[in-house]
Design a protein around this ligand. Structure first.
Ligand code: SAM
Length: 325
């Protein structure tokens, strides 16, 4: 079934946030002292998340990414994932994590049927990792190893590249793909107002690729089916790939294939859309038809492009921990 938005884009991807709690305080996402620890008695229950996912698949969603906050902090996450995995029609179930709890949970995630993992990792230098995130690097590295050991064929590492903070590590990160089945994706920081991520931090994707190319020849790769906005390359002789995600320097909205739902049940047609659509009444009333119509209307209301395009780079207000990146 093809679910098209009014701009002709095929929408088949749902990013579903399952918690707003996080065990990191990344400077560009939720810096220390800025936001109160979110209080949320309003997070969707497992049954509500399943009902929602079933409706989403019913209108044409084929891939669901579980995100947060930190999804591995949600109680019973492995069981929720295995229930989601059983939804008929769902082609891909994937998860994004900061990796802190991954070493102990990788086996459960694999057995639950999660197909691939994205791990956020912004520095390979222990002190620097602490400065950026407020936590230790070693558990994340162990988590990535454990995920590979547990049979995940590959792990994607997401690096938010910030000028003067970690951009000197680009080549070192890229080199991780030489002997390991890793995909390292370099992401331009999006200017979110109130967060430590102004436009001065952006290292454009083209500059990142140029720096890697100075060391290693790069060959462009095909985009993945059901993939996101990354452009991929392989370094000569490498087992893994590198990619760039360029929300700031090179908008990819023309290829957008996604909608989002926050952990409290608000749907968003765009990460930056001001209009959140409350799905809870349909979830509380177990109104599948109403829910599917409402999700279709969210797809129908998707803007052509995100607000950086219209508002420049002043910074847009988004609570990433609720929405899930
Ligand atoms: N806790 C999980 C994690 O760390 O991957 C999932 C949630 S986190 C909000 C999802 C992604 O959003 C992470 O890869 C993070 O780096 C990214 N993110 C958060 N704020 C960002 C920003 N200002 N610009 C670019 N990416 C951002």
């Amino acid at each position: 079934m093809n679910l098209l938005d009014p701009h002709g884009r095929r929408i088949n991807y749902l990013r579903l946030s399952v918690t707003d709690r996080c065990n990191l305080r990344c400077s560009y996402c939720r810096p220390p002292g800025m936001d109160p620890e979110p209080s949320s008695g309003a997070r969707l229950s497992d049954d509500e998340l399943l009902f929602l996912a079933r409706a989403a698949v019913g209108i044409g969603i084929e891939k669901i990414r579980i995100t947060g906050g930190e999804p591995l902090l949600r109680n019973g996450i492995a069981r929720l994932l295995s229930r989601l995995r059983m939804l008929p029609g769902l082609k891909k179930l994937v998860l994004t994590t900061n990796g802190l709890l991954l070493a102990e949970m990788a086996g459960d995630l694999r057995r639950a049927g999660v197909e691939s993992l994205n791990v956020s990792l912004d520095s390979l230098v222990p002190d620097r990792f602490v400065r950026i995130t407020g936590s230790r690097l070693q558990p994340v590295l162990e988590g990535i190893e454990k995920a590979l050991e547990q049979g995940f064929p590959s792990v994607k590492i997401n690096v938010v590249v910030m000028r003067g903070v970690n951009d000197d590590e680009v080549v070192r990160f890229a080199a991780l793909t030489i002997g390991r089945p890793l995909t390292v994706r370099f992401i331009e920081p999006m200017p979110l107002s109130g967060k430590d991520c102004g436009p001065g931090l952006t290292v454009p994707g083209e500059e990142i690729l140029r720096r890697v190319r100075e060391r290693y020849p790069l060959t462009p790769r095909e985009r993945e089916s059901l993939g996101g906005p990354a452009r991929y390359y392989r370094m000569e002789g490498a087992s893994g790939t590198i990619g760039v995600i360029t929300p700031v320097s090179c908008h990819f909205c023309g290829d957008c294939n996604r909608i989002r739902v926050t952990c409290e049940g608000f749907a968003k047609g765009c990460l930056f859309s001001a209009r959140d659509v409350d799905l809870k009444p349909y979830l509380a009333g177990r109104d599948a038809e109403g829910l599917m119509d409402t999700l279709r209307s969210v797809v129908g209301g998707k803007p052509t492009g995100h607000r950086f395009l219209r508002e420049g780079r002043r910074g847009v207000s988004v609570d990433m921990s609720r929405v899930g990146g």
